[in-house]
Design a protein around this ligand. Structure first.
Ligand SMILES: [Zn+2]
Length: 489
């Protein structure tokens, strides 16, 4: 059953539902005419139906995708939802688009030896009368905040659980603390929490850095998903094998947890802005590394992801905000993840921690449980910093590539100054960015200065320091703060 609100004059409701047989449709409790093709149901809305409608779709069949039903390594059947990007429509009649978020209540009847976990909080588990048959249980979960269809899932499998306890006390939108639970196949329970050991501390970190946790609780599940991890709201699914073979990394846990704020609570309006989900999750996982392991581990992580971007054919050919790509799974690429994270990292460098995080919080709070576009992030960061950022967003999101910088320098004995000659390659054109250099004096002293580089092919920049002798070396971008290649001549 769907609760639908009519927001524009329309006499037809179109729901996405692939292949499954539709038996009947009721609107406001009355049987209603509908038309069916292989991907949609078109439902006639009676003239007197009002603008708030309950629509019941009775349908039937085995989903070809979306709800993945398989047997596990021990031959037991298991079922897991796996909807990204638009596969909810294979099993849930819905408006299967990230711009149309909804609350969801799941009622699942299943054999009692399968545990059912879904979005939100557990409402009830009721044993069903099954005289002489297999014991069955009705399980109900409810998510009271609107979430995108691509994160609406159930799990039904033999699952044991480990409680990770409560954390982020006083920083939950539901009051009190946030409870986290890990669900895994009974045979894998031994030795947990492993990669989940840091989850309570990650929850503490993100709730203080961003905002209170937006949902009722958080579950982590060993599952069948085609992805390494999938950030289903309140019910993160991890690839079965990574849990079984103990290869799941805490960084993946941090990434999926960051998505609860960015992607789930604030959802990209269009998949073309997927970086608002994946770039944030990637960068906030790196911020967790910085928090837990320190600055040098963080720099290593940013250097690693920078190399991935610099070697990426996708980044060389397409912009982060890729409005031409119609295969949304193809957007799970280095542009959305690594270059998206780097875009945030460069904004942080440009604006400073205080304005950057204030702007991110403002963006989150303004769009929580709704949708957002890149422009909304730009507006929030402009408000927080007082800086116009149109040039930055255009440069990093709507053009492929990154600066390819060639540098040389000259020391002038008369003025005691160093002049940098900066050239930018023609492949991606010139970019505008602040450039930090570390100048090592012949005597060993070090100076760190930041100079503005304009979006010009060739320019000279005089460093704002005076030296008694030519420098021994100049190191470009010593803090790993710029997505660029440097060649010294
Ligand atoms: Zn992700």
């Amino acid at each position: 059953m769907l609760t639908v609100r009519r927001v524009a004059p329309a006499d037809t409701l179109r729901l996405d539902l692939v292949a499954l047989r539709v038996d009947s449709v009721l609107v406001g409790g009355r049987a209603t005419a509908f038309a069916r093709d292989s991907a949609r149901i078109r439902i006639l809305i009676p003239a007197d139906a009002g603008d708030s409608l309950t629509v019941v779709v009775r349908y039937d069949g085995a989903p070809a995708d979306g709800l993945i039903i398989r047997t596990d390594a021990r031959g037991r059947w298991v079922a897991f939802g796996d909807n990204f990007a638009q596969r909810a429509r294979y099993w849930i009649p819905s408006i299967d688009d990230p711009s149309d978020k909804a609350t969801v209540t799941w009622t699942v009847r299943a054999p009692s030896d399968r545990r059912v976990v879904a979005n939100g909080e557990l409402v009830e588990e009721i044993p069903l009368a099954t005289p002489g048959g297999v014991a069955r249980t009705l399980t109900r979960w409810r998510e009271s905040r609107p979430i995108p269809t691509y994160t609406m899932v159930i799990a039904a499998a033999p699952l044991a659980y480990v409680d990770l306890g409560r954390s982020a006390c006083g920083r939950s939108d539901f009051g009190g603390c946030v409870r986290q639970t890990v669900y895994v196949e009974p045979e894998a329970v031994d030795g947990l929490p492993g990669p989940f050991a840091q989850a309570p501390a990650i929850m503490d970190f993100y709730t203080s850095l961003v905002a209170p946790f937006p949902y009722e609780r958080l579950a982590h599940l060993q599952s069948r998903t085609r992805f390494g991890g999938m950030e289903n709201a309140t019910a993160i699914f991890y690839a079965d094998r990574s849990v079984r073979e103990r290869t799941l990394r805490p960084t993946t846990v941090a990434h999926e947890m960051a998505h609860q704020w960015f992607g789930d609570a604030v959802t990209e309006t269009r998949f073309a802005d997927l970086w608002l989900s994946e770039g944030f999750a990637t960068y906030f996982a790196a911020l967790w590394i910085q928090h837990a392991e320190g600055d040098s581990a963080f720099r290593d992580e940013m250097a690693r992801t920078r190399l991935e971007v610099l070697h990426s054919p996708v980044t060389a050919q397409r912009p982060v905000r890729d409005t031409m790509e119609t295969d949304y799974l193809a957007l799970l690429n280095t542009n959305s993840y690594q270059k998206g994270a780097w875009t945030l990292h460069m904004l942080r460098t440009l604006l400073g921690d205080s304005a950057f995080f204030r702007g991110v919080r403002g963006y989150y709070v303004a769009h929580r449980h709704r949708n957002a576009r890149s422009e909304d992030l730009r507006d929030a960061l402009e408000r927080a910093s007082g800086e116009p950022l149109g040039w930055f967003f255009d440069q990093w999101l709507t053009r492929p590539g990154y600066p390819e910088v060639t540098t040389r320098w000259r020391y002038d004995r008369g003025s005691h100054r160093v002049t940098l000659y900066v050239e930018q390659g023609s492949r991606f054109g010139p970019f505008r960015f602040p450039l930090t250099v570390e100048v090592e004096e012949a005597g060993g002293g070090r100076h760190r200065v930041t100079v503005p580089v304009a979006a010009e092919r060739s320019q000279r920049v005089v460093l704002p320091i005076q030296l008694n002798a030519p420098p021994r070396t100049i190191v470009y971008d010593p803090d790993v703060a710029l997505l660029a290649t440097f060649t010294a001549r």
